[in-house]
Design a protein around this ligand. Structure first.
Ligand code: AMP
Length: 466
């Protein structure tokens, strides 16, 4: 299936808790959907930092023995899916570096759009980079800053950076969490025991038993040290442009972002879609799991019953022994199988969250047709994806986005559905209520909050196909 689930990164930070690394591990476990390429935890014990990281999912990388190597009462962790840089251990995070005044640990979610330019300047000036990740640029800027004190160095460095960042830093004396002025990606602050945590999504707090204090605001910097929490707004204020694709697809449905529960938002997308593109049918089904919340909303609004029409094999892993040529081409069947007895002879509405290259939809329509569905009406809970993302979401280049060069009718014929409708941009904005004018929807509209010159940015990793 095109779009093997690849998301951007997840970050977690724990401060002042006797089981910091354990909690970071659990936090990452809850954020696993944000990246499965690599995982890592850095801990602080006294003045010493320890780091364990590797390629793969959290539970594969961090075992009991490695956790035991992460002592101390503060820790930061990261799960990675690379949207920039190569994919190897050197690129995995947290990054740890020594500089004139001590040691820094850093974890980053997002994508910096001027990192390449800054990197070239730094390299020309003698800097030696150990990875291709744009986050390392921040480390170099901090190390070279002449500002007094770590927080000032961070502010000085980030003021040179353009792009999306939700960052957590750890030094010997403090943990800092900060979000870029547009607030592209989420970051939340919580209380755990006598300490604090900072996490990408609130679902991580639920797992570790932390209480949400509040979300970190776009452009805010929170400093946590032995005296408590301090908040600063060191960057020029900008209009909030939170990534709407977090609501549509990336974030976990049990997370709350900018005060809105993700599942509820997705249900509202579904309701709105039903209002905009009603069709007579017998059953509403979803492509699990990404389309399920919207399908429930669609069913609720249309009065057509929701049912489970596709079963997902939850155990499909990254590696899979390719059978011999003669029995190959399982394609999407490896992951999803339709329920024949439910769908045969029926008029079916199929809900998915997005169409990117349309390979998934095409295969799914063919599977459902194959079990005898009479009509297949595809409904998509996001508008047509016409533009690439440069702020941390893995979208293929523009040429590969089917909607950038095909009309809705052409896409409908390509996937061989009886009808195809997307939610409108207006409908999507309305569905996120108070966030309607505070989202980045550049992937649908081309309205990029930060100017991007394609030649400055290499979109390195595209979707894989199976
Ligand atoms: P495609 O087959 O290329 O049209 O991909 C669409 C499918 O990929 C949908 O089922 C989405 O749930 C999923 N998807 C959308 N965006 C992404 C992304 N950035 N990374 C991984 N999967 C995605």
């Amino acid at each position: 299936m095109s779009g093997t689930l690849k998301e951007h990164c997840g970050v977690v930070g724990i401060y002042n808790h006797p089981e910091a690394a354990n909690l970071a591990y659990l936090g990452l476990y809850a954020l696993q959907h944000r990246g499965q390429e690599s995982a890592g935890i850095l801990s602080l014990d006294g003045n010493k930092m320890f780091i364990e990281k590797g390629m793969g999912k959290v539970a594969d990388v961090i075992n009991q023995a490695r956790l035991a190597q992460l002592p101390g009462s503060a820790a930061i962790g990261h799960v990675r899916y690379s949207t920039s840089g190569e994919s190897s251990l050197a690129e995995s995070q947290p990054l740890m570096a020594k500089y004139a005044s001590g040691t820094i640990g850093i974890t980053h979610n997002g994508n910096l759009i001027n990192a390449e330019r800054i990197r070239s300047l730094l390299v020309e000036d003698g800097s030696i980079f150990q990875s291709t990740t744009d986050s390392e640029v921040i480390v170099h800027l901090i190390a070279r800053s002449r500002a007094a004190g770590f927080a000032q160095r961070v502010i000085d460095s980030l003021s040179k950076i353009e792009g999306a960042y939700s960052l957590i830093f750890l030094t010997e004396t403090q943990m800092i969490g900060t979000r870029d002025p547009h607030g592209f990606h989420p970051l939340a602050l919580g209380r755990i025991g006598d300490g604090y945590c900072i996490v990408s999504e609130t679902c991580a707090m639920d797992l570790i038993g932390a209480t949400l204090i509040r979300e970190i605001d776009p452009g805010e910097m929170v400093i946590i040290d032995e005296t408590g929490i301090k908040s600063f707004r060191p960057f020029p204020s900008q209009k909030t442009r939170f990534c709407v694709f977090e609501y549509i697809y990336f974030a976990r449905p049990d997370s709350t972002i900018h005060g809105l529960n993700v599942h509820m938002v997705r249900k509202e997308f579904g309701r709105q879609l039903a209002r905009e593109s009603a069709v007579d049918a017998d059953v509403v089904i979803s492509i699990p799991d990404s389309g399920t919340s919207a399908a429930l909303g669609y069913a609720e609004e249309s009065g057509i019953p929701y049912d489970i029409g596709m079963i997902r094999n939850r155990y499909v892993g990254r590696t899979f022994i390719e059978p011999k040529q003669s029995i190959r081409h399982f394609g999407v069947k490896l992951k999803l199988n339709p329920v024949k007895e439910l769908l045969s002879g029926k008029r079916v509405i199929v809900i998915d969250d997005s169409i990117v290259r349309a390979t998934t939809s095409k295969k799914i329509v063919s599977l459902i047709r194959g079990v005898g569905a009479r009509e297949i009406h595809l409904r998509i809970s996001s508008p047509p994806t016409c533009f690439s993302c440069y702020y941390g979401i893995d979208t293929p280049t523009r040429q590969e986005l089917i909607a950038s060069s095909h009309t809705k009718d052409q896409i409908c014929s390509y996937v061989e559905a009886d009808s195809l409708e997307y939610i409108s941009v207006e409908g999507m904005r309305r569905s996120v209520g108070p966030m309607g004018d505070k989202i980045c929807d550049a992937c649908f509209t081309g309205d990029y909050p930060l100017p991007v010159k394609e030649e400055h940015f290499v979109q390195l990793r595209l979707f894989d196909s199976i």
